[in-house]
Design a protein around this ligand. Structure first.
Ligand code: URA
Length: 206
């Protein structure tokens, strides 16, 4: 294995993205189409961190452009946050999947894969310097907040961790898509919008 591509000294997002394109710090690059790096303005006030690219993202090379991304866009819009103003990325930057018939089914990344990718996420945080980082779901929350973190117990709380901007966790948009019926989907979406809306005062501060 060639290992992790070195983190460029400039620390700039474009340089990081270019370097990450040849990263082989874990084995996931082998079955993925490409590295899907974060996207958004360099000085974004808010950074959103998902788990890993899905099937659509792997093909497009952009984070959150598939069904979960659509739901994220709806949640942000309902919370009065412009997606173009936020930096969106993932804890793991290659799509992990297994084949089922013609479909590529999402597989959860393991702790080793998450930690292999963490230097890229930390470099993105240093480059963007957001006022807050929103962890979307358990994988992102466990990567940044702590291995024992439970989204169900502590969602929406602003947390401090050494060397990181304030962190907050909420559910992953895919969990809303998986809700068993329309009523539970509606209430999960409302709670997601509420978590995102609570960040607005932080963003308004000058
Ligand atoms: N799910 C994620 O966690 N990230 C994406 O980019 C897409 C789906």
């Amino acid at each position: 294995m060639a290992g992790r591509a070195p983190i460029p000294e400039s620390g700039e997002i474009a340089d990081l993205a270019q370097a990450a394109a040849s990263c082989q710090a874990c084995d996931l690059w082998q079955d993925a189409t490409q590295t899907v790096f974060g996207e958004g303005p360099a000085g974004a006030q808010l950074m959103l961190v998902g788990e890993q690219p899905g099937d659509k993202e792997d093909l497009a090379g952009q984070p959150f452009v598939g069904p979960a991304g659509q739901l994220l866009d709806e949640g942000l819009a309902a919370a009065g946050i412009d997606r173009q103003s936020v930096y969106v990325t993932n804890a793991v930057k290659h799509f992990k999947w297994r084949k089922q018939g013609k479909r590529r089914l999402h597989e959860k990344p393991n702790a080793r894969e998450v930690s292999a990718c963490r230097p890229w996420l930390e470099a993105e945080i240093r480059a963007v310097r957001p006022r807050a980082v929103v962890c979307l779901g358990a994988t992102a929350a466990q990567a940044l907040i702590g291995r024992d973190f439970k989204v169900t117990r502590e969602r929406g709380k602003l947390l401090e961790r050494p060397g990181l901007p304030p962190l907050v966790a909420t559910v992953h948009p895919s969990s809303i898509l998986r809700a068993p019926d329309a009523a539970s989907r509606h209430s999960a979406m409302e709670a997601f919008i509420k978590d995102l809306s609570n960040l607005r005062p932080l963003l308004a501060r000058r």
